[in-house]
Design a protein around this ligand. Structure first.
Ligand code: B12
Length: 316
């Protein structure tokens, strides 16, 4: 490769990072589009059944591990992070808790446009350049890419962490056929801390960085479309959608700053819905209350189930 080519891959990478900042992203890093998971951690996770009933995780295994299946000719992977942190509002008595990522407008919708605009920047570098963009909606190992791109390190709770933001951020990924200078992974700063492992009330973090979804409150309250095993009910406490315990206890989250994206600020009635009301709410009321937020993913029936468990816990 000539010096000029090296310069241009570095200059293009810098330009991408500037564009990402201008579009409101809090961090941006670049990785080579190599196999993201050579140790087959995803395979081991699936073989142990840690994906619970998320059959789509098993179905898309090959694509998650090979970027060439998603974008033939891919050379680089651009990873962005967007802070969604906002302090938890005061919890009224008799209410349940919704995970912070779901308090505002759905992040898929908020971040789609800026991610597309960032993709347009890289497409402008070369005639015929192609991109594949996803935010939590494609068969992409977003956290493995984020670690490779130096956007953060993978914490014991399995979340990507940064010294400046903690873990309260969404990830977005762009695969591209354009070559860009890659970044280096950052140092793992968890040290000997095991606060998240010890705080999880269902012991869902079965090894550092490994979550068994069959035990995870987040999985059951968001993704599980069936019954929640009774043995787990008490540990769910007042969580009715998602769970933030393994993030709330993380010392790095003390450094989190409130997001400047107003769309992620808590909407009235979303962070702490009244349990008695939620457990009786009809489908129209559910849809109206949570319109445009990620909470819709649990569906009306799922939220009734979750609210009844939390109501039972409140009476214990
Ligand atoms: C399936 C899924 C879930 C499942 C399973 C969670 C899990 N830990 O795997 C459930 C429903 C439980 C879940 C819950 C949550 N999720 Co989720 N989830 C996903 C999804 C769609 C796939 C994750 C996945 O591939 N899991 C399978 C395992 C095997 O992969 P992995 O944990 O990513 O691990 C890989 C690498 O991290 C690597 N690895 C692991 N350890 C190490 C160590 C080293 C040193 C290295 C180099 C690599 C490495 O190995 C694995 C394979 O490569 C991603 C979006 C995406 N497409 O990636 C969002 C995503 C991971 N979720 C996200 C969020 C916000 C959450 C919740 C916080 C929501 C909430 N408040 O309730 C919780 C957190 C619970 C937790 N501790 O994980 C964010 C995380 C952002 C961040 N800062 O990390 C993501 C990235 C979505 C997004 N675009 O923002 N989630």
């Amino acid at each position: 490769m000539s010096d000029h080519a090296v310069d241009s891959v570095a200059a293009r990478a810098d330009q991408m990072k500037r564009a990402a900042r201008e579009l409101g992203f809090d961090a941006c890093g670049i990785a080579r589009a190599e196999a993201p998971d050579p140790e087959d951690r995803l395979g081991a996770w699936l073989e142990r059944g840690y994906h619970a009933d998320m059959a789509w995780m098993a179905r898309t295994r090959a694509a998650r591990q090979d970027p060439q299946l998603l974008l033939p000719g891919a050379k680089s992977v651009i990873v962005v992070a967007r802070n969604y942190h906002h302090p938890r509002p005061e919890q009224p008595p008799g209410s349940g808790k919704v995970a912070a990522y779901a308090w505002g407008r759905d992040y898929h919708k908020v971040l789609r446009r800026p991610l597309r605009a960032l993709a347009a920047t890289v497409e402008g570098f070369e005639p015929g350049a192609r991109t594949y963009c996803r935010i939590d909606s494609g068969p992409v190992l977003e956290r493995a890419w984020a670690a490779r791109a130096g956007v953060g390190w993978i914490g014991r709770n399995s979340l990507v962490l940064r010294r400046d933001l903690g873990s309260w951020f969404f990830l977005g990924v762009i695969l591209t056929t354009v070559e860009l200078a890659p970044d280096r992974p950052v140092e793992d700063c968890c040290g000997s801390c095991r606060a998240c492992i010890d705080a999880c009330p269902t012991r869902a973090i079965v090894a550092p960085g490994v979550v068994d979804s069959r035990l995870c409150i987040s999985y059951h309250t968001i993704e599980n479309r069936g019954e929640i095993p009774e043995a787990l009910h008490a540990a769910f406490r007042d969580w009715v959608f998602g769970c933030d315990i393994c993030q709330e206890v993380c010392p790095w989250n003390r450094f989190a700053k409130t997001t400047d994206e107003a769309a992620f600020h808590p909407r009235p009635g979303v962070a702490h819905p009244a349990l008695a009301e939620l457990a009786e709410q009809d489908e129209d009321a559910f849809n109206a209350r949570f319109a445009g937020t990620p909470v819709r993913r649990a569906k009306h029936g799922g939220m009734l189930r979750n609210a009844r468990i939390a109501l039972g816990n409140a009476k214990r």
